[in-house]
Design a protein around this ligand. Structure first.
Ligand code: MG
Length: 453
C-alpha cells in the first residue's frame, strides 16, 4: 500500500490524543420502563459520549463528578474510573460513576472508530439472548402470569423471569407469620405522623418511615411463610409452568423479606419446576447465608444487581454461595468492571446474567459486555411493553430487540449517534423539565479526594 493511500484510510474525524471533556449534561425521563437519567459527555472535537445513570437513581451521583472530569482525555477510561470510583457505592450510588464510565467508552470508540465489544477483546457471540422480566402487578394468580409469559414467548423471547413471593401473600389470611401489625404496615404503609403542623415535613417523614420499613434486612423482619403460604406459592408456579410448558428457562425474583430458612423451605418446594435461578433471596452481604442456602437446595441461587465493584463479588464466588451472578453494568462500575466480574465468576464455574432495567443506552452497554464475555447466560429486558423504548436513540437499526435477542453493531462506541430529543421531550421527568440544561453549578465541585495519607 502506498503511503498516501494508507493516510487516506486514517480516521480523521477525531484526534484522540487531543480529545478533552468540556461539559456534562443530563435529561431525565420516565416510563422506559422506570426513571432514567440520560447522560451526555461533550468534548472539544464535537464528539459526544452517551451514558446513563442506574434506573431510579439520581443525576447528582454523576453531576458531582463534573468538576473532576473537565479537561480530561476521555479515552483513558480505566485510569479515570480508578480515580472516580471512590464516589460510587452499592445500589443506586453506583449509578453515577458507572454511567460516566459508559459514556467514556462510547467516546473512546467514536474517537478511534471501534465498537466497544472489540476494545474488550472481541466477540463470543453474534447476538445476546434477552431474558424478559414480567412483574406480577395485575396478575393475581399463576394462570394470569402464565398467560402473560406465553405472550412473551409469542414475541420471540427464549428465556423468562417473573416475580413471586411473600408480598403476594400479604392480603391472604394465614399465609404469613409475622409480629402482629407488621403485615398491615407493609400493606398500607407506616401510620401517618402525628402532630405535624407542616404538611411538607409530614410528607418527608412519611417517605422516610416508608424507606425504613422497606429496608429492614430479611433476618430482622420476623416474617415467615406458613405451610399454607408455601402451598399457595407452589401452586402459583405450577400454574405458570402449566401455561408455558417445561422447556423454557424461568427465573424467579422478589421473594420478599423473609429469613434464609424460609428461602430454603420455598426453594426446596420449587425444585420440581427446574427454575433458572432464584434471585436475591437474602441481602447479598450475607455470604454465609448464601452458602447455607446454596448447599440446602438444588435451585440455582443468584444475586448481584446491587453490588458495586468486582471485590464485592469475590467472597460469594470463593465460598460457593451462588450459581449465577447478576451485576447491573450501571451499578457494578460500568462496562470494564462488569467484564472483569464475569471473568472472575467464570474462574469459579459460575454463570453471569446481566440485570438491566433502563434505556437502550444501558441495554447496548450491557450487550457489548455480554458480546465480549464468555460465561453470559442472558441479559435482562424490562421494557417489552414500552412501544417507544428504542425510539429514545437514533443511529441504530430498529427494532433493537429482534426475536428475543439484541445485537451490537460494528459502528463505533455503543453504536448509536444520539438521543432523540423529540422522543425525550414527550417523557420528561416532572422534576426535570428541561432537556440538557447547563450544569455550570458543578464545574468547581472538587475536594482533596485522596483516600490515604
Ligand atoms: Mg431483581
Amino acid at each position: 500500500m502506498k503511503a498516501e493511500e494508507a493516510l487516506n484510510r486514517v480516521n480523521t474525524c477525531s484526534a484522540p490524543s487531543q480529545l478533552r471533556i468540556t461539559d456534562i449534561r443530563f435529561t431525565d425521563i420516565v416510563g422506559a420502563p422506570f426513571h432514567s437519567t440520560l447522560v451526555k459527555v461533550f468534548t472539544n472535537q464535537d464528539l459526544v459520549g452517551l451514558g446513563e445513570v442506574r434506573d431510579l437513581s439520581s443525576r447528582t451521583y454523576a453531576a458531582m463528578l463534573k468538576g473532576r472530569l473537565l479537561g480530561e482525555d476521555p479515552c483513558h477510561v480505566d485510569r479515570i474510573f480508578r480515580r472516580i470510583k471512590q464516589f460510587g457505592g452499592h445500589g443506586r450510588q453506583g449509578g453515577g460513576v458507572s454511567g460516566i464510565e459508559v459514556a467514556l467508552w462510547d467516546l473512546a470508540g467514536k474517537a478511534y472508530g471501534v465498537p466497544i465489544y472489540q476494545m474488550l477483546g472481541g466477540r463470543f457471540r453474534d447476538r445476546v439472548r434477552l431474558y424478559c422480566d414480567t412483574d406480577a402487578a395485575r396478575r393475581p394468580d399463576g394462570r394470569s402470569m402464565g398467560q402473560a409469559l406465553r405472550e412473551r414467548l409469542a414475541q420471540g423471547y427464549t428465556f423468562l423471569k417473573m416475580d413471586t413471593g411473600a408480598w403476594q401473600l400479604l392480603g391472604r389470611p394465614g399465609m404469613l407469620s409475622a409480629p402482629l401489625g407488621l403485615l398491615e404496615q407493609f400493606r398500607q404503609g407506616p401510620p401517618a405522623p402525628q402532630g405535624s403542623v407542616d404538611e411538607k415535613w409530614a410528607a418527608f417523614e412519611r417517605r422516610n418511615r416508608r424507606y425504613d420499613l422497606q429496608n429492614v434486612p430479611h433476618p430482622f423482619t420476623g416474617m415467615h411463610f406458613t405451610e399454607a403460604g408455601l402451598d399457595w406459592l407452589d401452586a402459583y408456579v405450577a400454574e405458570v409452568r402449566a401455561e408455558i410448558g417445561d422447556e423454557v428457562p424461568l427465573a424467579v425474583d422478589h421473594l420478599g423479606h423473609v429469613a434464609v430458612e424460609d428461602a430454603i423451605r420455598l426453594a426446596r418446594r420449587l425444585e420440581k419446576y427446574h427454575l433458572a435461578w432464584l434471585e436475591d433471596p437474602v441481602p447479598w452481604q450475607y455470604t454465609d447465608q448464601y452458602v447455607r442456602l446454596q448447599q440446602s437446595t438444588a435451585v440455582p441461587i443468584c444475586t448481584g444487581e446491587d453490588m458495586y465493584l468486582k471485590e464485592s463479588f469475590r467472597p460469594l464466588l470463593e465460598r460457593g454461595g451462588v450459581s449465577v451472578i447478576h451485576p447491573d453494568v450501571l451499578t457494578a462500575g460500568g462496562i470494564l468492571e462488569t467484564k472483569k466480574i464475569g471473568d472472575l465468576a467464570q474462574e469459579h464455574g459460575v454463570a453471569m446474567a446481566i440485570h438491566m432495567a433502563e434505556s437502550p443506552v444501558a441495554c447496548l452497554a450491557a450487550a457489548h459486555v455480554a458480546t465480549a464475555t464468555e460465561n453470559v447466560l442472558a441479559l435482562e429486558f424490562h421494557a417489552a411493553g414500552v412501544s417507544w423504548w428504542d425510539d429514545i436513540v437514533v443511529g441504530h437499526d430498529k427494532p433493537l430487540v429482534r426475536d428475543g435477542h439484541v445485537a451490537v453493531s460494528d459502528r463505533p462506541g455503543l453504536g448509536i449517534d444520539d438521543f432523540s430529543d423529540e422522543v425525550l421531550r414527550e417523557h420528561l421527568h416532572p422534576a426535570h423539565k428541561e432537556l440538557w440544561a447547563p450544569t455550570e453549578q458543578w464545574d468547581s465541585e472538587w475536594a482533596h479526594d485522596r483516600t490515604w495519607s
